[in-house]
Structures are given as C-alpha cells and as structure tokens.
Design a protein around this ligand. Structure first.
Ligand SMILES: [Ca+2]
Ligand SMILES: [Ca+2]
Length: 186
C-alpha cells in the first residue's frame, strides 16, 4: 500500500462524501449518481441514467457487505476512512465489484464523451467536458495526453477502461489513472 494509491482512493471517496461529514451513506451515493448524471446531462429515467444509479447503489451495497464494524448503530453510515480501507483491502482487486460498479459507470461515461459515436474519444470531445466543468483547455489537453497511452490522438475504449481501473490500483504518481480523478503528483 503506497501513499499514492491511498491518495487516489481517498480523493475519490472525498468526492463521494457529498455532505462532507466524514461518513458515507446510501444518500451520498445517490447524490453522487445524480450529480454525475447532471454533469453528463442524462435525462432522469433514461437508460444511461438508470445504469449510473444502479451502479452507485451496488457500490454502496458492496461497502456495507464488506464492512460496517464501525458503522452507525443502524448501519446507515460508514466512516469515509473505513470505506477507503475496505476499498483498498477488499474491493480494488475484486472483479465482481468492478463488473457491478466501476465497469458500467466507465462504459456509460465513455459512450457519453464519445459524442460522435465513433468508439473513440477525440481531443475535442474530451476538452468539451472539461470546459463545461470550468477547467481550462490546457489542463484538459495535458490529461488527455496522459490517458492516450499510445499517442494516436484518440482515447479508445481499452485505454479508457485501463485508466479507470488504474486509478484504483496503480501506485505510480505519473500513471494515467491518477489523472482520471484529477489527482496531480506533488
Ligand atoms: Ca468520438
Ligand atoms: Ca489512443
């Protein structure tokens, strides 16, 4: 367990802790699903919207199933740092977890980013999302370059899935995965 791997997981879970109270709840995951769908402009009840919500519900269920020894008495909240430990020790290497949660989310994000449907994300398609989030073109292009591992100017499906998985499992501060969640090396 390295500090960078820990940092990637903690950075992600801090984003999930919508209320910022140091605990994660089912409501936090539902809120994250809603904000993700909002950022991607997915209409409520659409297939992509349903996929995102189902995957984040499953993510919470996995955390509950694997932990909760320090949870609130009613089991409705788990400390964020305990969630990070569960992720680190139990879930990052669990294929069933990825297939139910991160996989469908990554697939949906890829399809939405791929605005023209050619099964690859171009620089322009990628930058458009960054600009919509209030980030600069410079940062977007830098991140794009990191994720486009073979340097052909397109993020293909394999590169995208690899970078998402890498975000959870890599200990390398310069890995593309660190960039998926906007975690910059010191
Ligand atoms: Ca495309
Ligand atoms: Ca590429």
């Amino acid at each position: 367990m390295t500090s960078q791997k820990q940092r990637n997981i903690e950075a992600m879970l801090e984003i999930f802790d919508v209320g910022g109270d140091g605990y994660l709840t089912a409501a936090d995951f539902a809120a994250h699903a809603e904000s993700t769908c909002g950022a991607l402009r997915l209409p409520a009840g659409s297939p992509h919207w349903t996929t995102i919500h189902t995957a984040l519900d499953a993510w919470w269920d996995h955390l509950v199933a694997h932990g909760g020894t320090q949870a609130h008495a009613d089991g409705s909240a788990i400390p964020t740092d305990e969630c990070a430990t569960i992720m680190r020790d139990r879930l990052v290497d669990d294929d069933a977890f990825f297939a139910a949660t991160v996989g469908p989310i990554a697939d949906t994000v890829f399809r939405v980013l791929d605005a023209d449907g050619d099964d690859a994300i171009s620089t322009d398609e990628y930058v458009a999302v960054y600009l919509a989030s209030g980030l600069t073109r410079e940062i977007a292009v830098e991140a794009f370059t990191k994720i486009d591992v073979d340097g052909d100017g397109r993020i293909d499906r394999g590169e995208f899935v690899a970078v998402v998985r890498d975000a959870f499992t890599s200990a390398d501060p310069d890995s593309p995965g660190a960039w998926f969640f906007g975690v910059r090396p010191d």
